[in-house]
Write a protein that binds this ligand. Structure first.
Ligand SMILES: [Zn+2]
Ligand SMILES: [Zn+2]
Length: 132
C-alpha cells in the first residue's frame, strides 16, 4: 500500500490516515483549532510503531525507545491511538517548514489537557503537541 501525499485543501489524505491513528481529543484539536488558524498545517507524525520509534531513537529524533513515547500509545484493544502529533507547514511548491512563531501561537491557546513540546526542558520539540 502506498502512503498518500500531503496536499493543502480541505481534505488532506495523508493527514486523514495519520489522524485515524490518533486519540480523538487530539484529532478534534487539530481540526477545530489548528486548521482554522493554519490551513496549510499537516500531521507529520502521529502513531509510531516499534520499528519506527526505535529508528527515531537511533536518529536522535526521539529520546525514548518503544513503547515509552506518547507516539506509541494504543487503546485498550491494542489499536494505534497516538497521544501526540508533530505538525509542519506545507507550501505550494511542496517544501515543508517548521515555523516556531506559529507553534507558539498554538501553544498559547492550548487546552489545559495538552502540552507543547516547545516547553520541554530536556529536548525541545517545537513541532510536537501531546495530551497529558
Ligand atoms: Zn496532510
Ligand atoms: Zn512528537
Amino acid at each position: 500500500m502506498t502512503t498518500p501525499k500531503h496536499v493543502n485543501g480541505s481534505n488532506c489524505p495523508a493527514c486523514a490516515m495519520k489522524l485515524l491513528q490518533t486519540d480523538l481529543k487530539l484529532r478534534i484539536w487539530f481540526v477545530s483549532h489548528v486548521l482554522p488558524q493554519f490551513p496549510d498545517f499537516h500531521v507529520a507524525i502521529s502513531y509510531r510503531n516499534e520499528a519506527d520509534q526505535n529508528e527515531a531513537y537511533v536518529e536522535h529524533k526521539s529520546d525514548l525507545k518503544f513503547p515509552f513515547s506518547k507516539h506509541n500509545h494504543m487503546d485498550s484493544l491494542g489499536k494505534p491511538c497516538s497521544k501526540a502529533i508533530d505538525l509542519f507547514q506545507l507550501f505550494g511548491d511542496g517544501t515543508a517548514a517548521f515555523p516556531i512563531p506559529a507553534y507558539q501561537k498554538l501553544a498559547v491557546g492550548l487546552p489545559d489537557t495538552m502540552r507543547w513540546g516547545g516547553t520541554f526542558t530536556d529536548l525541545r520539540d517545537y513541532d510536537h503537541f501531546e495530551l497529558l
